[in-house]
Design a protein around this ligand. Sequence first.
Ligand SMILES: *[C@@H]1O[C@H](CO)[C@@H](O)[C@H](O)[C@H]1NC(C)=O
Ligand SMILES: *[C@@H]1O[C@H](CO)[C@@H](O)[C@H](O)[C@H]1NC(C)=O
Ligand SMILES: *[C@@H]1O[C@H](CO)[C@@H](O)[C@H](O)[C@H]1NC(C)=O
Length: 524
Amino acid sequence: MAVRVADAAAAASLLGLLLLVSFCSAAQSITTHGSGGGGGYVSAVGDPGMRRDGLRVAWEAWNFCNEVGREAPGMGSPRGADCFELENGVDENGQRTYKVVHRVTDADNNLRAGDPFPGAPANITDIDLYAPAKELYLGNLCQVADSPAPWQFWMVMLKNGNLDTTAAICPENGRPARPFPQTSRFPCPGGAGCMNQPLVFHNRTALDATGRRLRGGLFGTYDLDAADLGSKDVSYYSVTWEKDLGSGDAGAGGWVFHHKLRTSPKYPWLMLYLRSDATTGFSGGYHYDTRGMTKIVPESPHFKVRVTLEVKQGGGPNSQFYLMDMGSCWKNDGRPCDGDVTTDVTRYSEMIINPETPSWCTPRRIDQCPPWHTFRNGTRVHRTDAARFPYSAYHVYCSPGNARAAEQPTTYCDAYSNPQPQEILQLVPHPVWGEFGYPTAKGQGWIGDPRAWELDVGAMSQALYFYQDPGTPPAKKRWSSLDVGTEIYVSNHAEAEWTLSGFDILVPEDCVGSSGGGPISRCL
Ligand SMILES: *[C@@H]1O[C@H](CO)[C@@H](O)[C@H](O)[C@H]1NC(C)=O
Ligand SMILES: *[C@@H]1O[C@H](CO)[C@@H](O)[C@H](O)[C@H]1NC(C)=O
Ligand SMILES: *[C@@H]1O[C@H](CO)[C@@H](O)[C@H](O)[C@H]1NC(C)=O
């Protein structure tokens, strides 16, 4: 089910003048920059633009190093899903009726480590291994047959940023860690047990009283003893999804995901994202087989992302709000990841649109900058070239902890927040990003400036610096996870709120190929 850009642009006219203008210029830029024999673009996701009535959404919760650790009391393994079909009927008066037919039961969502999966002789007692197995099980229930590959769901991701350094629960760059005293960089205010999974309450999607609007959601807290989820001293998150029936048929409307995230003194570092993950293989930051929405994994430089974002509350000065967060994995010698956490390296790049986010990369702190900046036309500028290097385009760069030849001086990335070493390149709005459709000035896309973006994430990610060992062939940059959301870093009482809709990933029609791992976009 591929949606062509022309259809999407035509449909967008229903959204009103403002959006019309941006969508039309988007469509135009796609025709002019289109690669390969003038072909069109096709969607790489199962539900292009989030328009399908029968929604597929799942959720996952991670501890600091992207595992479970311990299940929260009474909550089961931290994976769940809300997947349904909308069935049409006719009542006795000849009026059309609609019915939501769910594919995932509460019993499925409540499954916890050790429970067998219905219909399969599973008996996985390891809590960390059970969650990915449950994700595959839920994926089977939600899967939609499609070409060139089936797909499963959008993924809501929750992550608790507390790290109990004295417990040595998280590996250091993929190797067993030793305990060390708590530092301000790694909060664990509640002491032992601070890395807990959240409470998760689910409102199954249902039609409202008018019978014409679908609504569902999920909410909860990390404060397991919370009496009042409305209290400012209690951490909180919620995601609700809403859609008018049939609104997707005309292309306008579609699902709107409304997010809230609040930190508390005991849980000062929290993350909430909506991800489009690959339907098979590892997704960024994760070393188990996952399920998702991206049926064709996009490869740099040939893909674009569309998303409509309205930020209502920013989440304070430490809220790293990612207009686009891309995650992938390849080894320092350029080979794809294979699950060996000592040599696999998670690669992340994010554009942080919070205007309060400073540039740590400066002419005096080049250890916080990538070695090179590359313009779209291929011109490279070294970070010591103070006259030409765009320092204020970067928040921070950090090298993988296992990079044996990282250009010095450098800062190495946090060794504990992934199951394996990681490399992170964080950007902030700047004129140099304009050539990729990204924000060019602080405040763009922020509170009071909702926008429909078309980002040339493919060309941008191709131009960005990522470390490789000297003399190794360049890695294929395949982005198995593309998401939007915020990471609120150590803040006692911060609150963020935003809506997201219209998410799509577009790849050139004539570049859809396949690799061992499944369909990818690859222009030869
Ligand atoms: C699951 O495995 C455990 C440990 O091997 C065993 O004690 C238990 O009986 C098994 N349960 C089922 C339902 O097979
Ligand atoms: C869940 O449902 C309750 C009761 O209808 C409602 O008050 C609440 O806002 C819903 N929350 C979410 C996150 O969907
Ligand atoms: C490439 O683009 C940069 C930034 O716009 C510009 O300064 C430079 O002159 C360009 N180089 C070439 C060869 O066109």
